[in-house]
Design a protein. Sequence first.
Length: 247
Amino acid sequence: MEITIGQFAKLVGSTVRTVRYYDKIGLLTPTKINKSGRKVYTRSDIDLFQQIMILKHFGLSLDEITEQMTNEALKNRELMQIQKQLIEEKQAELNDMLEVITRMDRLYRVEGINEEELDEYAFIMLDLFRREKKQIQAFKKYFHADEQLMEELERLHDPVYKEKMDLHVWHLLQAIRHAIQHDDPASRDKVRQIIDDMNQMFPASRNFLELVENEQFLETYTDEFNNYFPEDIASYLLKEIKMYYQD
């Protein structure tokens, strides 16, 4: 079986441009020459092309495919195990991204929430959701000796708990912004009431207050806690939380 590049591209479901590029980089170079002096493709070239497509499907770059097919850098089983791990890691990353979007979308669907107002806080909320998993991991490392606190931290993974707490966070941000603008007793009381509701859901929050001024902890976990948070809201929230626990 000897076919031209056009016939080969059609047979394998590719394009002449792609096949020529593979030849140019030495990934798939036909060795047969016909009577007219033109390169022709054989059954072995079809097999090689299929191998390239399989490796490409598993996420290898063209350079990695060239290295693998030229030098057999890894045994097939080793290669599959490495790619399996990479795919699992990517899948976990995509699942985390999907959860962040789902949680934000759920807030938009709550009856009574003004979409335009929520838009103002969207990036704050998305950033909180995005960092949450790594923040919990940091808390677990720091408080690993406290069994009761470790049990409470496990609750943070509960989807029902997350849904309730997300709504509290949204209302808290709204209340703080209103309190900053008006600075009246009613506004301040609203903020403290929401903080109390959140504390009832998660009493362990008191333990986290000590970490705000723990320079070693903050330096170790800078990336996890460098939240996208307006300074005025952050300052007001910290002040109110301190007052809440002092009272």
